[in-house]
Design a protein around this ligand. Structure first.
Ligand code: 6R9
Length: 656
């Protein structure tokens, strides 16, 4: 078994020979996966103890691999152990090989990018860490990031972790209101941003959004601003500081802060079934191990690889697979600022060809767009590609095949990776080149993951194959979230108390006759638009903020391009007139409260919503109406006013 990456560079230079030598896989066969998997389930201490010592560098070794339980919600890993994330991502590679490329920055405009070596990254991280320290950031403090996809975002992640602070990244597509709520919830005192962002040829006013958000955050003492475009942005004296002025003042080395394995590494806010976003908390040792282990086994990352994850650092995919997995394993990570459609639909393929990318990882929504644009855009030499990852939503079989045949030329392995913000890293996924794959199935559990299919009615686990139900996990794993920031009870109630003794994912799933898993989608009020996770309750709360709105109900409907789309039903208060202007205002309200990506695709103004006598909104009925399944509404006589259903059907029809 190849337990560590081969020492020699495994990809021949293109000019040298015209042959491509794929490295030996991390595992020899599916048999070896099965053996290791059994060990990971039966003897998790032995398995994870070994992996943790092999993949991470500990400043102090651990003695207790695993403690706590799902029942009690107190899982902890590698107690007594101490390590530092930035040391593991940067220093250890920089010492060995300072000239190795760490970051390949592909700017929005093709040709504007640059590379950073591990040596350069170490210096930049240290200087920035120093600057943060001088700004008063202490161990355990949360620092907010509101940044585009540029190398400085990664430098900021690592600088924060270097001094033992906690990053709380807010996707730079969230509105100022959303940013404000997250800054307040995590009690951030420092925010890092840019003057502007640049994406798909358009400018994004990041600093302005931060300024708006901070009007209601009196506790923020400093904003560190990286100059990305040179736009003339207002500066608040005493509070705002330029990155280039601050960072250059400080020495290029600062020692990494030793952190306990269970110290928080980051918070990442995500949507759940209730209105308020949850600050999911990940800890240092366990999370880093999940990232490194899945990078190694799922993506088959070897020394010398160039790894390109198209996710944004504002989401978990960017955290784990743009930043942590590739850097922990010491390979180059592509940081792409733009969009797959700019300047044209060949942008991803241009990048893959130019940088000889070995692993590519993206959401099906982008693949659907590019498949639709046409194969004429995919005429590149992409022979270095070994792995094609998919993430965030189910991938339809036709899209899977297109990815495999047209993009990968049937040479690269497609890995449909299922996981969540809360799981930290891939949990049900093929291992590239090892696991046989079936288009549309995320296949088999990763090491340490023991899935259970549960009957949602009885709450009992359904054993055997060929079964359907909701997906849960029976054992804790190192990279699982430990809590929801400031709301541990909510954490317990959402994930661990639903089915006692299990972690509940919130997804429906089937296990087929061969034990392969098929993810069916959320069973709660979460909608997945272009791989972005949105809560219907959160959008409803945004709509209600509009003075004309009495009540609203939001549902997800199937959408060709974005997977699901947000549709809103709104009952307006008496005295308000429905017209096109109001519809626009309502959409604007959601853009303002949450962000443009959450804007409803359709808004239906209705006289009333279908409700039970106890006042519960029956979203199921609304979903059926939009799906054209009016004949399958079931018993509606229990509604407080069954006649509203007819009216809503008429309105929905008229809109079509
Ligand atoms: C990584 C990420 C999590 C939700 C999850 C599920 C859906 C993710 C999937 C998938 C089908 C896959 N999801 N990967 N559904 N197949 N391969 O996306 O995290 O933003 O927290 O979303 O995404 O519904 O529960 P997050």
């Amino acid at each position: 078994m190849a337990t560590s990456p081969p020492k020699v560079p495994v990809v021949a230079e293109a000019h040298e020979v015209d042959t491509f030598h794929p490295p030996e896989k991390m595992l020899a066969s599916i048999k070896e996966y099965e053996t290791l998997y059994q060990e990971s389930i039966r003897e998790p201490e032995k398995f994870w103890g070994r992996q943790a010592r092999e993949l991470l560098t500990w400043q102090r070794d651990f003695q207790t691999v695993k403690s706590g339980s799902l029942e009690n919600g107190d899982c902890a890993w590698f107690l007594e152990g101490q390590l530092n994330a930035s040391y593991n991502c940067v220093d250890r590679h920089a010492f060995k090989d300072p000239n190795r490329v760490a970051i390949i920055y592909e700017a929005d405009e093709p040709g504007d990018g640059r590379n950073l070596t591990y040596g350069e990254l170490l210096r930049e991280v240290c200087k920035t860490a120093y600057a943060l320290k001088q700004m008063g950031v202490k161990k355990g403090d949360a620092v907010a990031l509101y940044m585009p996809m540029i190398p400085e975002a990664l430098i900021a992640f690592l600088a924060i972790t270097r001094i033992g602070a906690v990053h709380s990244v807010v996707f730079a597509g969230f509105s100022s209101d959303s940013l404000r709520d997250r800054v307040i919830d995590a009690e951030c005192k420092v925010v890092i941003t840019t003057d502007e962002g640049k994406r798909g040829g358009k400018l994004i006013g990041t600093k302005k959004i931060v300024d708006d958000a901070l009007k209601q955050c009196p506790d923020v003492s400093h904003v560190l601003v990286y100059k990305r475009t040179g736009a003339d942005v207002p500066f608040t004296k005493g509070r705002d500081l330029w990155w280039h002025e601050e960072v250059e003042k400080w020495p290029s080395y600062i020692a990494p802060e030793p952190m306990n394995s269970e110290d928080p590494l980051f918070l990442l806010y995500t949507s759940g079934s209730t209105g308020k976003p949850k600050g999911v908390m990940h800890t240092t040792g366990g999370y880093l191990l999940g990232a490194a282990a899945t990078g190694k086994y799922v993506f088959d990352i070897h020394e010398g690889d160039r790894y390109f994850c198209g996710g944004d650092v504002g989401w978990i995919t960017g955290h784990t697979y743009v930043v942590y997995a590739p850097l922990l394993l010491g390979v180059a990570t592509v940081v792409f600022e733009g969009t797959p459609a700019y300047p044209d639909f060949s942008r991803y393929w241009d990048i893959i060809e130019k940088h000889k990318v070995t692993q590519f990882y993206v959401a099906p929504t982008a693949l659907r767009l590019l498949k639709r644009a046409g194969d004429q855009y995919v005429k590149h030499n992409m022979k270095h590609l070994r792995v094609l990852g998919s993430v965030g939503e189910p991938i339809a079989a036709e899209v899977w095949k297109w990815y495999f045949e047209v993009v990968g030329q049937e040479e690269a392995q497609v890995v449909d990776t299922y996981w969540q913000t809360e799981t930290g890293s891939n949990v049900i996924t093929p291992l590239a080149g090892v696991t046989p794959t079936k288009p549309g199935s995320a296949s088999l559990p990763f090491f340490g993951i023991e899935p259970a299919i549960i009957d949602p009615v009885s709450g009992e686990e359904i054993l055997g194959n060929d079964v359907e139900g909701v997906l849960a996990f029976k054992q804790p794993w190192p990279s699982m979230a430990r809590t929801v920031w400031g709301a541990h009870k909510r954490y317990l109630d959402t994930y661990l108390n639903v089915y006692k003794g299990y972690y509940f994912t919130g997804d429906g799933a089937g296990r087929d006759h061969e034990g392969f898993y098929w993810i069916r989608g959320r069973v709660d009020d979460v909608v997945n638009v272009s791989g972005h996770r949105l809560s219907t309750a959160e959008i409803e709360a945004a709509l209600i903020e509009h003075p004309a709105v009495a009540e609203s109900a939001v549902v997800g409907v199937h959408d060709e391009l974005t997977g699901q789309a947000v549709n809103a039903f709104v009952a307006i208060k008496d005295g308000n007139e429905f017209n096109e202007a109001l519809r626009k205002e309502l959409i604007l309200q959601v853009r303002k409260s949450i962000g443009p990506f959450a804007a409803p695709k359709a808004v239906y103004i209705v006289p009333d919503l279908p409700k039970t006598r106890s006042g519960k909104i029956m979203r199921r009925i609304l979903r059926k109406i939009l799906a054209g399944e009016e004949d399958q509404l079931g018993d509606i006589t229990t509604l407080s006013d069954p006649t509203v259903v007819e009216k809503i059907i008429a309105i929905a029809h008229e809109a079509k």
